[in-house]
Ligand binder design. Sequence first.
Ligand code: NAP
Length: 321
Amino acid sequence: MSTTKPEILAVMPLPPYARAQLDVHYTVHDRIHLSAPAAFAAVAPHIRAIVGSGEAKVPRELMVQMPNLKMVSVIGVGYDGVDTAAANELGIQVTHTPDVLNDDVADLALGLMLCAARKLPQADQYVRQGLWATQGAMPLARKVSGSRVGIVGMGRIGKTIAKRCAAFDMPISYTARSSKADLPFTFYANAKELAANVDFLVVITPGGAATKGLINAEVLAALGKGAGEGYLVNVARGTVIDQPALIDALQKGIIAGAGLDVFDGEPQVPDAFFSMANVTLAPHVGSATNATRKAMADLALLNLANFYAGKPLATPVPECR
Ligand code: NAP
């Protein structure tokens, strides 16, 4: 059915502000309501643009079902669920929302670091459960300020995390695909060498095939230094960590603890994490504040508006420029 407003496909449920704004300008078809092949086939030829969050799955098989598809607008900076090679082949542009979420993700990384080392969730429970009065002071925790931090991925968000770590007087090291001559931090060629030289390892690379399992058992052993030391913080993607290796390292005390915002296979989270006292868990909330989600939605909408107006896109992903 064609309408006066352009028709777009939402590949997943969207946050309320983004959805409301999209509804003003577009006729939004929800993939979730088009599970019957005939229903989807009726809509598919009218779709020129797709919208989804950073967790959106847009494989080649989906793209080829929409003969007029020319654009994918991701409300998020990570786009590892979009097959960019297929998009390039099919002449489909892909946009994302970099930079506007740097502060929030960096804030959360520091929050998880503090939770893991200073045991803030456990401290809250200690008070609520009346243990302070009955058992006295909590066991002592690990100091964060002045500790060595290693950042895996020194891009937009990695640099924003580094700024915050500098305010905590933390010596900063990092690894990335290349060293950055303009940064006053120590570069290590790989995650294992980095891990061996830091107390906190913060992971903030893209997901996808190139980083799958980058933080493996060897890296975790290096972080632990044979003495159950070292904390891992993951605000990147669950796939970047070898999750079974992490569970093993936490269960055996190979590392001291972890703070995790993302999981391989999320929103399913392995039960093993639930009973561990040395891990803080968050449900992928890196950018989840009202202000930032609004800024992300506005940027995604700008990309869509530019696309329909035939103007250059504001923030295309590097692979699809
Ligand atoms: P970015 O500016 O592109 O930075 C990515 C960094 O990762 C770069 O320093 C890059 O190295 C490095 N990198 C890429 N592939 C690598 C590899 N194979 N090995 C080692 N390092 C590698 O991206 P960003 O804006 O900082 O975002 C990073 C990621 O954070 C996103 O892709 C997303 O997955 C995740 N994220 C999570 C949340 C959340 O809610 N938890 C929110 C936003 C983003 P070079 O600098 O050498 O190229």
